[in-house]
Write a protein that binds this ligand. Structure first.
Ligand code: PBE
Length: 298
């Protein structure tokens, strides 16, 4: 009886293995000779909570990218993967966004998105907790006034990521060199208020490292103590909603962080764009000879 059972078990295992192997071969055949081979069937992503990751999952569905995986990593690891692929002339596709210093460093292009999954032009907004206006009127006014150009943000990012400055040095340097712009952000006559320490939440995306450090140093120039807290995207949004942060300058709207924003909308105050002309999408080196996300299926 025992023997019989053993044989049955063995046969079942064999049968399952055969199904698995045949299945694998079918999947392999479906992928054979396709463009995905040139990319190792991988899209190099960033931190799991980023809006661009959710958008990319949706894009993979809508463009029918079967057999592809979206690799979680970090913004720094994504850039490292891009760098080594370019050094070796390999094909690579990454989740990318503008403003970002990588476009100044390498010759890159966005893949066209004819289905509009990535949502077109974005702006980055400043969001504060309710009550900040009363607690720290001068800080509130500065945050409300904060507005700059993609080229400004890129200059700070380049100093950090290419010229080797640390984020505080890069922010101070930019402020020194752009006094005319920064003076327009200063509060005019508003009192400091009762709160002397301003807490800013942010995510360690290169763009947000740059903006948050610049705002930190301007608030310090006005006379506040400033604490920065690096968290992931979900915590940044729940934190501003719960009033654990006084402000964030990293709200990518209307699309990228649209669902995060919807959840806290009624609990926060939106001070509007601090930068316009932002964008997210899939990015490849210019030498990659395809132009559209649709081509990833060829
Ligand atoms: N990013 C940079 C973020 C917003 C800022 C595009 C990586 C995101 O996808 O959530």
């Amino acid at each position: 009886m025992l023997k019989h059972n053993h044989r049955l078990a063995l046969l079942t295992v064999l049968a399952l293995l055969t199904v698995a192997v045949v299945g694998c071969t079918a999947a392999q055949e479906a992928r054979e000779g396709k463009i995905g081979d040139k990319f190792n069937w991988e899209i190099i992503g960033i931190e799991p909570g980023a809006g661009i990751m959710k958008a990319t999952e949706k894009a993979m569905e809508e463009y029918g990218l079967e057999g592809w995986t979206l690799k979680d990593s970090s913004s720094a690891a994504m850039v490292a993967a891009l760098k080594s692929a370019i050094e070796e002339g390999r094909w690579i596709v990454v989740t990318g966004w503008t403003p970002h210093w990588k476009f100044a460093r390498w010759d890159l292009k966005y893949l066209e998105d004819p289905k509009g999954v990535y949502g077109g032009e974005e702006y980055i907004a400043t969001i504060v907790r309710k009550g900040l206006k009363q607690d720290a009127p001068a800080a509130y006014r500065m945050l409300d006034n904060f507005y700059w150009q993609p080229s400004d943000m890129e200059a700070v990012m380049l100093d950090i990521n290419v010229n080797g400055l640390d984020p505080d040095e890069a922010a101070e340097k930019w402020i020194r060199e752009n006094r005319d712009k920064v003076e327009k952000w200063f509060p005019e006559g508003e009192p400091m208020g009762n709160l002397n320490k301003i807490k800013l939440g942010y995510v360690e995306w290169d763009s947000e490292i740059a903006s948050t450090h610049v705002v930190k140093h301007v608030l310090m120039d006005i006379g506040y103590n400033v604490e920065l807290k690096a968290v992931d995207a979900g915590v940044m949004w729940s934190g501003i909603g719960a009033g654990q942060f006084d402000a964030i300058v990293a709200a990518w709207l209307p699309h990228t962080h649209g669902d995060y924003y919807a959840k806290v909308k009624n609990k926060v105050e939106n001070l509007g764009p601090n930068l316009e002309g932002a964008k997210i999408g899939l990015v490849v080196p210019a030498y990659v000879t395809i132009d559209s996300i649709e081509d990833l299926n060829k």
